[in-house]
Design a protein around this ligand. Structure first.
Ligand code: NAD
Length: 289
């Protein structure tokens, strides 16, 4: 397939490299990055010209809307615009509507799996859009990922991503609180792990990504909390959840509290650039107030 790939950062570059390795004709565009081994265009529109599929992997909804405006006019009818960024539901739906006006098939397909999954080609895609568009993009999703879940119409992929990451943010935060409380109660971290990981406190945050160094499987906590998944990105996703909850009039008190904690950590303390599990050393140094 002829593919335009826009946004070749930490995630986009390895995803595009997997498509090149699979034999596709990939043209990239990025305002800053220029990965080795990639044919690069001078603009987003040039990368999109004549492409069967244009993939975007960009920082946020505002940038996505601006790039989509440009590429939709360069794409031919019937082509697929596959956005893999994490953005707000409204931006995903606005881009899909704009694409439909030009007979372009849009999919929102945010991912989970991080940079490791992007490099290994094992990402999970959560997809919103039509089943026909998904069928057209499926071979590429299979080359970049290990699992695709169809979530319904446009925007529903982003809705799934935002809800999943709200669970993750709140769960990680409370797991870190529990370890910090255990410390103060004189409970050994290994004992705390051995109980909670096999009891009803069990979660992905505990057993796959344990925030306590030296306990459980290897995780960013064992590497001085280098990301991994940065606290800044968790803050972004929790803010998207809060924005969606506000628009939908949904009660999300714990999601809102997790957002407040991550905002303080990233904006007022030393959390920027640290892994999102570094909430444990943060809570460990705090008292009740
Ligand atoms: P990144 O900042 O490394 O990459 C984004 C790239 O987009 C950068 O290279 C930047 O130069 C480029 N860009 C910005 N504006 C542009 C424009 N107008 N035209 C072309 N290129 C432009 O971010 P990332 O970690 O690759 O994340 C990308 C998306 O994937 C984000 O939406 C993020 O939330 C999501 N995501 C990231 C992870 C992760 O672990 N890093 C996991 C899941 C989802």
């Amino acid at each position: 397939m002829k593919i335009g790939f826009i946004g070749l950062g930490n995630m986009g570059a390895p995803m595009a490299a997997n498509l090149v390795a699979a034999g596709h004709d990939v043209t990239g565009y990025d305002t800053v990055a220029a990965p080795e081994g990639m044919t690069m265009a001078a603009s987003a529109a040039e990368a999109a010209q004549g492409a069967d599929v244009v993939i975007t992997m960009l920082p946020n909804g505002t940038i996505l809307r601006a790039v989509a405006e440009e590429v939709i006019h360069a794409m031919h009818p019937g082509a697929v615009l596959l956005d893999c960024s994490t953005v707000d539901v409204d931006s995903a739906r606005a881009v899909a509507a704009q694409a439909a006006d030009r007979e372009i098939q849009a999919l929102d397909a945010p991912v989970s799996g991080g940079i490791g999954g992007a490099a290994a080609g094992t990402l999970t895609f959560m997809v919103g859009g039509t089943r026909d568009a998904l069928a057209a993009a499926s071979p590429l999703l299979d080359e970049m990922g290990g699992r695709t879940v169809y979530c319904g119409p446009s925007g529903n992929g982003q809705a799934a991503k935002i809800c999943n990451n709200m669970i993750l943010g709140a769960t990680m935060s409370v797991t870190c609180e529990a370890f910090a409380l255990a410390d103060k109660l004189g409970l050994d971290r290994q004992a705390m792990y051995d109980v909670a990981s096999t009891s009803s406190g069990q979660s992905w945050s505990l057993t796959t990504y344990c925030p306590a160094p030296g306990v459980g499987p290897e995780a960013p906590s064992d590497n001085d909390y280098k990301p991994g998944f940065a606290a800044d990105l968790m803050l972004k996703d929790l803010a998207l959840a809060a924005q969606a909850a506000e628009a939908a009039d949904a009660a999300t008190p714990l999601g809102t509290e997790a957002l407040r904690q991550y905002r303080m950590f990233v904006e007022d303390e030393d959390g920027a650039g640290r892994d999102f599990s570094a909430m444990l050393p943060r809570y460990a140094t705090k008292g009740r107030a």
